[in-house]
Design a binder for this molecule. Sequence first.
Ligand code: ZN
Length: 489
Amino acid sequence: MTNLILYNTLTRKKEQFKPLNPPFVGLYVCGPTVYGDAHLGHARPAITFDLLFRYLQYLNYKVRYVRNITDVGHLENDADSGEDKIVKKAKLEQLEPMEIVQRYTDRYHHHMEQLNVLKPSIEPRASGHIIEQQQFVQRILDRGYAYEINGSVYFDVEKYHKQYHYGRLSGRVLEDLHTQTRALEGQEEKRNPYDFALWKKADANHLMHWPSPWSEGFPGWHLECSTMSTKYLGTPFDIHGGGMDLLFPHHECEIAQSTAADGHEAVKLWMHNNMITINGQKMGKSLGNFITLDELFTGNHRLLQQAYNPMTVRFFILQAHYRSTVDFSNEALQSAEKGLARLMKAWDILPGLTPGEPGEFDVTSWKQRCFEALDDDLNTPVMIARLFEAVRAINLAGEGKASFSASALTELVSLFDLFAGQLLGLQKPEKERSQNDRTTELIEMVLQLRLEAKRKNDYATADRLRDELTRLGVTVKDKKDGYDWEWDS
Ligand code: ZN
């Protein structure tokens, strides 16, 4: 039993997290549609649910984390008409659709690795689950909540709404949707404009299609997540996550599909991360403020004053609570960069601090307050504020103005690794760490040996070790209770 409390978008309440089948936890998160480079909007859900995945595992749950790859059926205007985005890109670049899928899946994985996002347990693709999706459609048809027309199958929202509640998650009202849904091309055959496609008959231009009982065609976008989540996690399962932009229609339709097929909802807890804005504006291709992760990491975009390290981006995203909006600007990123550098520096000097008298910083209560922040719906801004309390204490100790007892210091070293490294997923710069840290450790080791030699009155060895260090450019200053050292300038 843990104290983890999570906000459920469906009940609009914070709830004590209780797995349906402990110690197992099923987590499903909507992944990317792979027809282009991952952008800022992809980084936030990836990092948010990476933190949840890491924390649940730390709490000793056996988490099966499923994050899908949408490689078929995502139409341009999300309204069952228009062109498949992947097919459009494939035509543009004269490639097979699956070449596009492979290229951008590989790139997505690379960018996730740069952000230190852990791999999910299963990463299913929509195109690999066509049969399961057709079976799902059949179950909905059998229960009477879908209709077939001209080889396409649509979900009957009105009929469903008479029995259940369409709009429960998003709070949309069906009567309003009727007038709000734009009359789009290809909508005529639906009974109502808000009905959505479960299966679409492919037209001559459509490159990705499969045989089915209804037509040579392809599945509707919402169907893959209902199908793959329940295939791998069972029904009901614990947590379904995604960006708030997916709340409607995608997740509302998922709820309707699962409920129509099985008579009950598939998801116990819905979690949604809020959106990212850029200089206060929504991100969009037409607004010219669309920034990919690659552009962000290389600084290659007219809105960027510099390149930003992936860890700066991760830290910046975690500085906000996942249910708040985050506004990207150069100023905000630069200030995150400075903050992260301070945190990294303290993390770096922490293991080398010399223990002393117990100081004012209470590691036990600090640890408690760090966990309280995480348990409170993954409150990372508070968690990071706590880390900076420790940073101040570490810096004071580094300047000799405060100290930790030996046991407090040992505990703080391992807790800082846990909170900053293992849970928030922040990484020290790899090259600098391996070079500098190893050299520092070697020098410290030699100086410890020298201290031991001196204690045994073996001054010949002590002097020889000091002379060797001097030769290598390390100046050693003996102090009453130990030593100090620095590189020759
Ligand atoms: Zn989805």
